[in-house]
Design a protein around this ligand. Structure first.
Ligand SMILES: C[S@@+](CC[C@H](N)C(=O)[O-])C[C@H]1O[C@@H](n2cnc3c(N)ncnc32)[C@H](O)[C@@H]1O
Length: 229
């Protein structure tokens, strides 16, 4: 169901992201990349980096820019269950090795990566517990995981951002992709998602140590950085 949903919106996914987030999604990804790089002491180069639920590849583009700014280099791997999203990623991130697959069963050996990112993907996973175990398995000990995700925040700003998301986002999504249902799914999945603190607990129970949790303006998205034990 999730794969079909993302296949159907893939062509207009990037444009819709820019519109519904008023351009903020790029800033959020940049902050996530900066936070995870700040938390990592680099011993080996190039860094091996996996982006899970990579979609059209924006997170990898962003990470490569942030690495260049630090005179670092990376070997990039991207995984996604939607062929159509990956078709677009192939054009945008030709430097990355892209695979079709699921977060719940990843096609990589144990301890492969220095950094793993999941941007706006976790909410969609059908079995989050299994995906967390897989994220732990494919990371090197001491490696970093960065999660970028939506959640509801009880502050006034957070409540206003949630109201905008609930009411305006499905309308823009319907106008740009023709699939209003997909953007209703976005709203429903945010509503059903645990708080960042609860999510942090889920990771800590499964072999991760939290390195940082931070809300992003306007308090509808957050970054969670974790270290794999
Ligand atoms: C909201 S998009 C995020 C894409 C990208 N990370 C970004 O920042 O724009 C969610 C992506 O997760 C993928 N996805 C959903 N469930 C998945 C799963 N179980 N395993 C792998 N990819 C999945 C979808 O195909 C989609 O491309």
């Amino acid at each position: 169901m999730v794969r079909e949903l993302f296949d159907s919106i893939a062509k207009r996914y990037d444009l819709t992201n820019r519109l519904i987030s008023l351009g903020l999604d790029r800033l959020w990804r940049r902050k996530a990349c900066e936070e995870v790089l700040k938390s990592l002491e680099v011993r080996e180069r190039p860094l091996k980096i996996l982006d899970v639920a990579c979609g059209t590849g924006d997170m990898m583009l962003c990470m490569r820019k942030r690495l260049e700014k630090r005179n670092l280099s990376g070997e990039f791997y991207g995984l996604d269950c939607s062929e159509e999203m990956l078709r677009i990623a192939r054009r945008k991130v030709p430097f990355a090795r892209l695979s079709v697959g699921t977060a719940e069963e990843m096609p990589y050996p144990d301890g492969s990566f220095d950094i793993v990112s999941v941007a706006f993907g976790l909410r969609n996973f059908s079995d989050r517990e299994k995906a967390i175990e897989e994220l732990h398995r494919v990371l090197k000990p001491g490696g970093r995981l960065v999660i970028l995700e939506f959640s509801k925040n009880p502050s006034l700003l957070g409540k206003m951002a949630w109201l905008y998301t609930r009411t305006v986002v499905p309308i823009i999504g319907k106008l740009t992709t023709g699939n209003g249902k997909a953007y209703e799914h976005l709203v429903n999945s945010i509503d059903a998602f645990p708080s960042p603190e609860e999510l942090r607990g889920e990771f800590e129970e499964r072999g991760f140590r939290a390195k940082g949790l931070r809300w992003l303006f306007p308090r509808i998205a957050f970054i969670l950085v974790l270290e794999r034990h």
